[in-house]
Design a protein around this ligand. Structure first.
Ligand code: 3HC
Length: 289
């Protein structure tokens, strides 16, 4: 398939990542279905789009015509068949649970046209753990966006041993057509590039707070003012979700059995309290409603 033949994109999951990936694709001229099993997530994603597009026009980032075209390009549904049956390319962004993703990929393989590519936006599940439930492993890969997906330019494309060169090339080209800068990983490695580097930073930041060396706010200030990062590790965790950070650490601990991989006590406390970050209005910082 050539990238010009990709017209219809299906994005599964209307959470933070899925909704912004879908909207980004719609802004770049693709016809998009954004699907979630939860009605309230669909409503939230639709409401975000309805607020975001006029905001871009007011800020002069999009013309009225571009915003209207983007709005016309995107549809929302809770019906997987409706979202996936005409897809040329699928980007899965459902919660980071392996069993769930395997179920979704099996269904996608049944519903989607045989030439469609099935990509996962997972932060850490490599696509070889999903490809085997499909009859098209050569068309399965990782296509990993960063939060907030409408803003962050990078996309990591990970070519598993099962992924064809054509699929990797096509996914790289699609990322470019979505206004992103893709990088290709030719081996499946845990955490890919960015999350491996970020994990090292987060681990150190969490240790410093756990040991009472400095307040969370001061650690963030040290990283923004001392290293020039746009936000410190704690603010970033609030943006990406403390629950996601916890899930990744637990998965890593389960895989390696290494106690050093367990989530830090402060992270466990936040998760127990349901303080996941921006999405719950409180994490390391307070955000109100
Ligand atoms: N959604 C959509 N757009 C957003 C946004 C959001 N949540 N937050 C900010 N923006 C947009 C604004 O509209 C603005 O756009 P404009 O300049 O075109 O009008 C632009 O981003 C800058 O916003 P602000 O001026 O309000 O704020 P900042 O300059 O502080 O930028 C930020 C906010 C882009 C989030 C910046 O702080 C940043 O780059 N932070 C680091 C983010 C990061 O590291 N992400 C990677 C996380 S790791 C990851 O995603 C891996 C995954 O596996 C979990």
């Amino acid at each position: 398939m050539r990238v010009e033949e990709i017209r219809n994109i299906c994005v599964l999951g209307c959470g933070n990542m899925g909704s912004q990936i879908a909207l980004n694709a719609a802004i770049h001229g693709f016809r998009v279905w954004n699907m979630d099993v939860k009605e309230e997530m669909v409503d939230k994603a639709r409401a975000f789009t309805e607020e975001y597009l006029p905001g871009r026009v007011r800020k002069g980032r999009l013309t009225q015509e571009q915003a209207e075209a983007a709005a016309a390009n995107i549809s929302y549904t809770t019906d997987l068949e409706e979202a996936a049956r005409g897809a040329d390319f699928v980007i899965e962004a459902v919660p980071e649970k392996l069993d769930l993703k395997r179920r979704v990929f099996r269904e996608l393989d049944r519903i989607c046209p045989p030439e469609a590519v099935l990509a996962t936006n997972s932060s850490f599940i490599v696509s070889s753990r999903l490809a085997d439930v499909t009859g098209r492993p050569e068309r399965v890969c990782n296509m990993h966006f960063f939060n907030p997906a409408l803003v962050m330019e990078l996309v990591e494309v990970v070519q598993g041993p099962h992924t064809s060169d054509e699929t990797a090339r096509l996914t790289m080209e699609l990322a470019r057509k979505m206004g992103k800068t893709p990088v290709l990983l030719k081996k499946e490695v845990y955490g890919f590039l960015v999350n491996r580097i970020l994990a090292a930073l987060m681990k150190e930041a969490l240790w410093l707070a756990d040991m009472g060396v400095a307040r969370v706010e001061d650690i963030d200030t040290a990283v923004t003012k001392g290293l020039g990062h746009p936000m410190g590790p704690y603010r970033l965790m609030d943006l990406t979700g403390i629950d996601l950070h916890y899930d990744i650490a637990m998965e890593r601990y389960r895989e390696t059995g290494d106690p050093a991989e367990r989530p830090s006590p402060l992270v466990v406390e936040k998760v127990v309290k349901g303080e996941f970050g921006r999405k719950t209005g409180k994490g390391w910082y307070e955000y109100g409603s």
